[in-house]
Design a protein around this ligand. Structure first.
Ligand SMILES: CC(C)(COP(=O)(O)OP(=O)(O)OC[C@H]1O[C@@H](n2cnc3c(N)ncnc32)[C@H](O)[C@@H]1OP(=O)(O)O)[C@@H](O)C(=O)NCCC(=O)NCCS
Length: 153
């Protein structure tokens, strides 16, 4: 069977699934802010995010029409910081790698990502798509992806 894989911009109809994925225990463990997020706080965050594409962009990945994961890009200085979450029931199938492989070519700017030490699957994914370890601080691995750095001048 042919598997279709598509990355599309997130919208308000994704609110519930994004909150479920965000409050999943493994996602919270991987996050810098591990607390459970309320529906109210999540809705405010999503609304603000969707209205600020110059600061934050969100995508949802669909495999054969089913939502299987999300990627986020946050503007940080002259770069975009990427983060990603795979739906709990869709983990272990290479979804994160597919999402990042589709997402990263959309950017011209430098990219970065932070992965907590011990998140072996995410380390593997980040390094496989070309992120390079820049530094390690307080249990966090800081990755960079220079992205066409030699085109200037
Ligand atoms: C981490 C996460 C994104 C991984 O996504 P995924 O697409 O399901 O990743 P996979 O399970 O396919 O694993 C990716 C790679 O890591 C490897 N891997 C996974 N768990 C591993 C482990 N415990 N030890 C060694 N290798 C492991 C897989 O074999 C695979 O390797 P490959 O690319 O060589 O085939 C997903 O589990 C998730 O969403 N977790 C919660 C949120 C999170 O951690 N987000 C990232 C924050 S930086």
């Amino acid at each position: 069977m042919t598997i279709s894989f598509q990355l599309r911009p997130a919208n308000r109809n994704d609110a519930e699934r994004l909150l479920v994925w965000r409050n999943d225990p493994q996602t919270r463990q991987a996050s810098h802010h591990g607390e459970v997020i309320s529906l109210e706080a999540h809705m405010a965050w999503l609304e603000k995010s969707l209205k600020s594409p110059d600061q934050r962009r969100l995508w949802v990945a669909e495999m054969n029409g089913k939502a299987v994961g999300t990627c986020r890009a946050d503007r940080v200085e002259n770069a975009w910081e990427l983060s990603w979450t795979v739906a709990p029931e869709s983990r272990g199938q290479g979804v994160a790698h597919q999402m990042l492989s589709q997402l990263m070519p959309l950017f011209n700017e430098p990219l970065s990502a932070q992965v907590k030490i011990g998140n072996i699957a995410s380390v593997k994914v980040a390094e496989r798509v070309g992120f390079v370890l820049d530094k390690q601080e307080q249990g966090v691995l800081f990755y960079v992806y220079p992205n066409k750095p030699f085109m200037a001048g």
